[in-house]
Ligand binder design. Structure first.
Ligand SMILES: Cc1cc2nc3c(=O)[nH]c(=O)nc-3n(C[C@H](O)[C@H](O)[C@H](O)COP(=O)(O)OP(=O)(O)OC[C@H]3O[C@@H](n4cnc5c(N)ncnc54)[C@H](O)[C@@H]3O)c2cc1C
Length: 381
């Protein structure tokens, strides 16, 4: 067992970390206040190869292993939680759907521009009545000659209002439960009937637009079906498994930002004639915060390791995401506590970390649903 990063992994970490410190951290508060999609940063990340980190070079990606991708996403999320979601939805969800389940021509046509960062991707699974309960979805796709006609709507779609390629899940056989779900490539600019109804006003995760989408007689050619009819539910589950490792990375990144900020404050802020970090209660908080972060990181890398080896990593990805999400919220909470009253104001970023961290416990499987998944896997072992 080797806990040391490889030379390539260190290189990626250092490169992304430098980019984040120079370009993201200085504008993170602005992104949080303005809640605008940070196109300039996304363009810069595309130039650095960060919008296609894990995809092979032949499809425009950087050809990195999943550890390196997770490290990259951790660093990006350390700078901005919203930027972390933008990249995770683009790569782990939309891009990965095309990489894993697209045929050669679909990969060339739709994955390559995503991996090169020329296009933005989104993954449209959730609906108003179908969040955790995916098979309850009501969006349908009906075959009509050599086209599919998609009707329905999706809710909470990260990047949904800015995406060039959206992987959409719809029922091709509404009577067949989860076996009747199929997945499709939709191109908002080309396909009539793709409507952005709304973007949500959220607690945090600012900069990443979370969109409500409507499909009104949306016609797409039949060659936009991914895999075969009825494969969609399995596509969603497999994609979310990989995605959970990177949501763990987002949790670790936000927790690190909250920790580093609180540690610096504990060294600077004086009360009773000494830095507050000298008080044992504050020192112990910092100790617990960092210990939890290190443990979350190990779970993240363990899940990535199993994925790379081709082993079953369902439980590991769920544990990594569950633990890192709770740790990021707990660490951000302690970060506010260490700041005292200042932590409760917008003058310090401590409250932003808390708002950004909270989302981790909700998307790509709520913590409750992940505990079900972990429990089911344990009972099967
Ligand atoms: C900011 C944001 C971005 C998102 N991005 C995307 C995206 O890009 N693409 C996409 O498809 N979706 C996205 N989502 C949707 C997200 O995945 C869902 O919100 C999530 O799956 C929960 O679904 P729900 O909101 O309908 O809650 P519900 O499923 O209604 O859950 C409500 C509560 O009931 C609990 N619960 C539900 N079922 C069970 C059960 N079986 N056992 C125990 N407890 C249960 C939940 O844990 C939760 O506490 C996003 C959501 C948010 C908030």
């Amino acid at each position: 067992m080797d806990f040391a990063l490889s030379a390539e992994q260190r290189q990626i970490r250092d490169m992304v970390s430098e980019f984040v410190d120079e370009e993201v951290v200085p504008v993170a508060d602005e992104i949080d206040h303005e809640d605008e999609f940070p196109q300039d940063l996304v363009d810069e990340m595309a130039d650095l190869g960060l919008m296609g980190m894990p995809f092979p070079e032949e499809y425009g990606g950087a050809g990195l292993d999943y550890h390196s991708y997770a490290i990259g996403l951790e660093e990006i999320s350390r700078g901005s939680g919203g930027l972390g979601t933008i990249v995770a939805a683009h790569i782990s969800l939309a891009g990965n759907m095309l990489y894993e389940f697209g045929d050669e021509s679909q990969k060339e046509e739709y994955l390559t521009p995503l991996a090169e960062g020329r296009d933005i991707g989104a993954f449209a699974l959730s609906e108003a009545g179908a969040g955790s309960d995916v098979p309850a979805m009501e969006t349908t796709a009906e075959k009509d000659g050599d086209e599919y006609v998609i009707d329905g709507g999706k809710l909470w779609i990260s990047n949904g209002s800015v995406a060039d390629t959206v992987t959409v899940f719809a029922k091709t056989d509404p009577e067949a439960g989860n076996k009747g779900i199929s997945s499709f490539i939709v191109r908002p600019e080309e396909d009539d009937g793709f409507i952005v109804e709304n973007t949500e006003e959220k607690l945090g995760d600012k900069g990443c637009p979370t969109a409500e989408l409507r499909f009104d007689d949306l016609r797409i050619p039949e060659d936009r079906l991914l895999g075969a009819e009825g494969d969609g539910f399995v596509h969603a589950l497999k994609t979310l498994n990989g995605g959970r490792i990177t949501i763990a990375a987002r949790g670790v990144g936000i927790a690190r930002a909250a920790f580093e900020n609180a540690r610096d404050y504990a060294n600077e802020r004086e009360q009773f004639g000494q830095p507050i970090g000298e008080f044992q209660s504050i020192k112990h908080k910092l100790a617990d915060m960092d210990t939890k972060i290190q443990a979350a990181k190990m779970l993240m890398h363990k899940a990535a390791d199993k994925k790379i080896r081709g082993e079953n990593y369902i439980k590991d990805a769920a544990q990594a995401k569950l633990y890192a999400s709770e740790v990021s919220r707990e660490v951000a909470n302690e970060g506010i506590q260490i700041h005292g009253g200042y932590g409760y104001t917008k003058d310090f970023p401590a409250e932003r970390f808390y708002r950004d961290a909270k989302l981790n416990e909700i998307y790509e499987g709520t913590s409750e649903v992940l505990r079900n998944t972990i429990g089911d896997q344990l009972l099967e072992e």
